[in-house]
Design a protein around this ligand. Sequence first.
Ligand SMILES: NC(=O)c1ccc[n+]([C@@H]2O[C@H](COP(=O)([O-])OP(=O)(O)OC[C@H]3O[C@@H](n4cnc5c(N)ncnc54)[C@H](OP(=O)(O)O)[C@@H]3O)[C@@H](O)[C@H]2O)c1
Length: 336
Amino acid sequence: MKTYVLNPGNDLSALQLTERPRPEPGPREVLLRLRAVSLNYRDVAILRGTYGAFSRPLVPVSDGVGEVVAVGSDVQRFRVGDRMIPSYVPDWIRGPPREDTARRRLGGPLDGLLREYACVHEDAGIAAPPHLSDAEAATLPIAGVTAWHALFTQAHVGPGDTVVAQGTGGVSLFVVQLARMAGARVLVTSRSEAKLGRALALGAAEGIHTGTHPDWATRVRELTGGRGADHVVDVAGGDGVARSVEAVRMGGTVTLVGFLESATVRFDIRPALSRVVRLQAVSTGSRDDLEALARALTVHGVHPVVDRVFPFAQAPDAFAFLESGAQFGKVVITFP
Ligand SMILES: NC(=O)c1ccc[n+]([C@@H]2O[C@H](COP(=O)([O-])OP(=O)(O)OC[C@H]3O[C@@H](n4cnc5c(N)ncnc54)[C@H](OP(=O)(O)O)[C@@H]3O)[C@@H](O)[C@H]2O)c1
């Protein structure tokens, strides 16, 4: 079978296409023929060597969907012909994260899904929602689950709440769609006027251009009558976390998700202390979160936002496009 691997190196030339034997499923595994994978910022950061040192060669990419083409002798949850979405953290089935269940992750340290076939334990995935295309179904495990876990598992976002989504990448557009689904009002920040227009069309109530409003927290306070937002999902990290703290109401929540700006966060803690702001780190979520997300998308008929789809042969171009920051939502690679 054809597979991409990351070889040593920190640029796109480290991503190489090669041949490996097709794997055989064990008694409780299914054999998936991959149909689509989606990229996350993590995939680029691993390639660049800024996300920890996983041993190489490594099959990259955490998220995807495939068709079950064979099942092991003891498999009960899936049949040949089903579409399965593997969980990014295969051992985390439900409940809070634990040391022993959070360690193994697809796309590093475990081999990922940018390959024609993969064996997956039957417990480590869910059935893909029928209303989603392959490209859409491939976007759920990291971006969708992280947004779900941030809004509903760690917090209880509901009608009447105001949520701030930062930028218009994969996680943030799921935040927009899921918070809207829960009846919340969503404010979106972006560096692009055109992307803000698209976010409004997706259901955001207001867009804040960070070029026009570099101090976007002040704008959030204006748009909330001085109260502040209930919840900010921070994907940028860096010194900007101070603005997220400033943007939330007394007792509000800042979810720390990402580090697009910087992985080093420095801010004056006093505003957070005096306004009793809850700072909540999130590291994706469990299979239960993935299942709950899939159910909600099905019930509401919501489709994740896929910006561009690249063919398998052009996977390096997909990585380059994600890294450019030009995307609105998810970047997907489909298989022949
Ligand atoms: N903790 C977790 O479980 C978890 C899960 C998923 C992702 N993450 C992390 O969350 C971050 C976002 O991931 P993603 O996959 O959603 O990324 P992505 O799809 O690549 O999104 C990038 C978008 O964020 C905005 N952006 C880029 N640089 C920015 C900056 N310096 N400040 C503010 N906004 C910026 C841009 O939107 P505009 O052009 O509209 O401004 C860009 O399109 C990454 O750091 C990733 O590692 C963490």
